[in-house]
Design a protein around this ligand. Structure first.
Ligand SMILES: Nc1c(NC[C@H](O)[C@H](O)[C@H](O)CO)[nH]c(=O)[nH]c1=O
Ligand SMILES: CC(=O)[C@@H](O)COP(=O)(O)O
Length: 166
């Protein structure tokens, strides 16, 4: 398997932009809270470690991952928010419910980003079981929250590059 024994959170942090004045919203789903709290800790700590200020990070909770989309839209529509990080964990159940949630959230977050022109980061785990979730929330495969934070920072850097005149 592609992810066997790999730390999926290994990423380059070379040439990250200055985000000391950037403002971030982190949305956290309340389903599978052991996992999503670990994702939040990873995202929050990674933002701070790479230049964001604690008072420039706002957290919002949503009941489940399906609600991440509307929560992301509310934050992304704020003039004082530059990027939104959406964190959740949707574990395969007995039915296809998880598929519907995952597809809705992926498409919904994409739409919010496109409509607002702001980075809206998909930090949602879609594991088959609890162990796969634990492995990606600070376990052997890293922390998806770390990755989501770095992704937000990198996209803000690209945004600045794109909209900076020659
Ligand atoms: N089963 C999981 C859910 N289900 C709840 C939905 O996200 C949603 O809140 C509900 O359908 C009402 O709209 N949510 C997760 O984040 N993770 C799950 O494993
Ligand atoms: C993944 C979920 O939505 C959770 O409610 C379990 O779903 P299921 O009813 O398919 O077991």
């Amino acid at each position: 398997m592609a992810s066997d024994l790999k730390n999926l959170s290994v990423f380059s942090t070379d040439a990250l932009p200055d985000v000391s004045e950037r403002r971030f919203a982190i949305l956290v789903s309340e389903w599978n809270t052991e996992i999503t709290e670990a994702l939040f800790r990873g995202a929050y700590d990674t933002l701070l470690a790479h230049g964001a200020k604690a008072d420039h990070i706002i957290r919002g909770n949503v009941p489940g991952s399906y609600e991440l989309t509307l929560g992301a839209q509310w934050f992304a529509q704020r003039d004082d928010i530059d990027a939104v990080i959406a964190l959740g964990c949707v574990i395969q159940g007995e039915t296809k419910h998880n598929d519907y949630i995952n597809h809705a959230v992926a498409q919904g977050l994409t739409t919010v980003g496109l409509k607002t022109g702001k980075p809206v980061i998909f930090g949602v785990l879609t594991p088959n079981d609890q162990q796969q979730a634990l492995d990606r929330a600070g376990g052997i495969h890293g922390n998806k929250g770390d990755e989501a934070a770095i992704t937000a920072i990198k996209m803000l850097g690209l945004q600045r590059q794109v909209y900076t005149q020659f």
